[in-house]
Design a binder for this molecule. Structure first.
Ligand code: ZN
Length: 491
């Protein structure tokens, strides 16, 4: 049975009583195509948890199957069957259903690189070079303001935004990872959550050694604790850690059997720093010290040399493309089409909301396609289906979850979304995939299911008290504003 009550964090007395009731309504009423409720009583008779329908089902499986008038059967968080609605109806009876009229059913989106809690620093400093932005604004602001409470509120805000937009899995790198994991556990999303390793005073550690030390406790606490949460190491970059610290982080990750997420070859600064310090560009340097001897998720990878691309393939490094952030901070244009052709695993990500400034993967997909086209002056580069793959099945492979998520097929976890196609910008629709990549926005997403649990129903978030989060975020932002204003006056 799904325990929706436990996923809610009612803090406000007036809503505390209301929410579970609303959730129950959402669950049992659903869309009424099937007899609701009585789940417990009839489950033993072979009734499954869900049948979710779609006028079009975009499976994103390896054959690219798209089913007109389709449905997905779900039980115990697992996809049992995908087929035409008629075939699914003939085979299964479900306690709950979601209708598919004027809706596209597809796998949830995968955000391969984020700093979720930075939603609270959205718009604090814009229009600056990466190093100026990091060293003079972001790092100092983080040291001053970021504590577990900041991370809790900022991550809740991010999860709200991601669920609203149809993201079902994300790979996060921030501070106080226990707090991030607790938020993710409650809100129902799936995540790989890094413990950040960085050789400077940060909000949760004093140095690289200290962050590694504290990170180990976090990894031990969360390893195999929750099926939706994977604890990982997040060494920040090869310019914020030295070679010995990077190698030590990989050793720790191997010891605990967990992946690593890192910023890699992001900016011309990083590449130059690596050449000046090690006589080698970042990817070659890390390969030489054995850093890639284990699962690696590499964010950005804007400046790989021709000699480095084969290393990415050979080491099966999952590259996460962040087009908006790369454009906004003017990091450059990643050679995504070239890497894909070489066989690099590529997913897509938003980066933090301070450098994006939102967590909208639909926009990310669109910009990924446009950037490659205009950069190469070739409109055939990175077609819609390729980009949609990066946000779903390809992204799942890039973050090491290819066996479990990323496509609608039997045996995969039930992470799926329904996108309404009734808004004017979807009238008429000739090609669903074209519309998903070039037209759809976050507001079109109506229902979100992760691991068989309904997180958003008819655009209402069921697992986060959004009004409480709004109030808390605004109160915290007011403090940050006051403090920044007094700091700037003192300059
Ligand atoms: Zn980042």
């Amino acid at each position: 049975m799904l325990d929706y009550g436990a996923m809610i964090t009612p803090r406000t007395p007036s809503r505390a009583g209301l929410l579970p009731a609303l959730v129950l309504l959402g669950l049992t009423a659903c869309d009424g195509e099937r007899p609701p409720a009585e789940t417990a009583a009839i489950e033993d008779d072979g009734t499954i948890d869900w049948i979710v329908y779609g006028d079009t089902v975009v499976t994103m499986d390896a054959s690219g199957r798209i089913i007109g008038g389709g449905a997905v059967a779900i039980d115990d968080g697992l996809i049992l069957a995908v087929g035409t609605a008629a075939a699914i109806d003939a085979e299964y009876r479900a306690s709950r259903t979601l209708h598919g009229e004027r809706r596209v059913l597809m796998p949830g989106l995968i955000n391969g690189h984020s700093h979720a809690a930075m939603t609270l620093l959205r718009g604090v400093a814009d229009d600056l070079a990466l190093m100026d932005w990091l060293n003079n604004y972001i790092f100092p602001a983080e040291v001053e303001f970021v504590d577990p409470e900041f991370v809790r509120i900022g991550t809740e805000l991010a999860c709200w935004e991601m669920i609203r937009g149809g993201t079902t899995t994300f790979v996060d790198m921030y501070y106080f990872p226990d707090t991030i994991a607790e938020v993710v556990e409650r809100c129902g999303l799936r995540a790989l959550i890094s413990t950040t390793v960085i050789d400077q005073r940060s909000p949760d550690a004093e140095s690289a050694a200290d962050s590694l030390d504290k990170g180990e406790g976090y990894i031990e606490r969360w390893k195999n604790r929750h099926p939706r949460i994977t604890p990982i190491y997040g060494p920040h970059a090869n310019y914020t850690l030295d070679a010995a610290q990077l190698a030590a982080t990989r050793r720790a990750a191997l010891e605990h059997g967990v992946p690593i997420s890192i910023h890699l070859s992001e900016s011309p600064f990083e590449v130059q720093y690596s050449k000046d310090t090690y006589g080698k560009t970042s990817i070659e340097m890390l390969d030489e010290i054995g850093f890639f001897e284990g699962p690696t998720i590499a964010a950005h990878v804007v400046w790989p040399t021709d000699a480095e691309i084969p290393i990415l393939v050979e080491r099966r490094i999952g590259v996460i493309h962040n087009p908006t952030s790369n454009m906004k901070i003017a990091s450059g244009i990643s050679p995504v089409a070239k890497m894909l052709e070489a066989g690099v695993l590529i997913g897509i990500g938003t980066d933090g909301a301070a450098s994006n400034n939102d967590l909208d993967l639909w926009e990310e997909m669109r910009l990924a396609a446009f950037l490659q086209k205009v950069d190469s002056m070739d409109p055939e580069q990175l077609p819609a289906m390729t980009v949609l793959t990066m946000a779903t099945r390809g992204g799942a492979e890039a973050i090491g979850l290819g066996d479990g998520i990323g496509a609608l097929e039997p045996g995969k976890r039930a992470d799926l979304i329904q996108v309404a196609f009734d808004d004017v910008h979807h009238v008429p629709t000739y090609d669903v995939v074209s519309h998903l990549v070039y037209v759809t926005d976050e507001q079109d997403v109506v229902n979100v299911i992760v691991d068989g649990q309904l997180l958003m129903h008819d655009r209402k978030i069921l697992t986060i008290d959004t009004e409480r989060v709004r109030r808390e975020a605004e109160a915290l932002a007011a403090e940050i504003k006051r403090s920044l204003a007094s700091r700037n006056r003192g300059r």
